[in-house]
Write a protein that binds this ligand. Sequence first.
Ligand SMILES: Nc1ncnc2c1ncn2[C@@H]1O[C@H](COP(=O)(O)OP(=O)(O)OP(=O)(O)O)[C@@H](O)[C@H]1O
Ligand SMILES: [Mg+2]
Length: 243
Amino acid sequence: MIEASQLYKAFDGRPAVQGVSFTVPEGGRFMLLGTSGSGKTTTLRMLNRLLDPDNGQVLFHGKDTRSFRPEDLRRQMGYVMQQYGLFPHYTVAENIAIVPKLLRWDTSRIRQRTEALLQKLGLSWEAHAHQYPAQLSGGQQQRVGLARALAADPPVLLMDEPFGALDPVTRARIRQEFNELDEFKSKTVVMVTHDIRDALELGDRIGIMDKGRLIQTGTPEELQQHPANDFVAAFLHGKTDAP
Ligand SMILES: Nc1ncnc2c1ncn2[C@@H]1O[C@H](COP(=O)(O)OP(=O)(O)OP(=O)(O)O)[C@@H](O)[C@H]1O
Ligand SMILES: [Mg+2]
């Protein structure tokens, strides 16, 4: 469904991503795992044309993403931004309604959808819909970010550190809740994380990034059994230090 091939992107002449290729079939859950600055966000942003690669291409349903209008592509790919990315001057309900409004849904349909999503994610219309992001806890903002990405029921979900900035206990709980959500189960997912536990629990395939390159891709079992080098092994070892 998504095929990235030989992606290359440089900023100010310095390569941030180079030679990155991977395929995510429909319903697949691909985890981009790597250290800070390894090029994960840059890679994710090239999938829905938030950023265009300098070289290489992305196919979506077999078609070059450059042949899609960016808006059309983004409606099909919900995006959960690193650090929530909520609009601070929009209420929770207004944040969630952004894409449905672009799609010109009527007010009652938007209200129904928002209410249902809030409830599924453990929030409520009464308590949260009219609050502003700054009035929410980190975990609640994270849930609103997910609700916003899911609002128009896109087939693809791109998630950038959706559980970042959470304490390990909350992180584990929210991760499990997401994993059990019907809304989430039916999606094709590409998720960025630096946490091996996210990748092992949520991913069916993991790509390990280091210094702008994808150094190994495989199922969790393949990576654990046959790490390509010491870096991969050290990354996977991080799991054993988990609280
Ligand atoms: N808009 C930009 N302008 C200049 N340099 C950038 C830009 N975006 C990213 N970079 C650089 O590209 C490299 C990769 O950044 P990227 O955000 O993709 O890393 P990341 O793996 O997502 O890191 P983190 O885990 O910290 O979010 C970094 O060296 C970063 O400084
Ligand atoms: Mg990032």
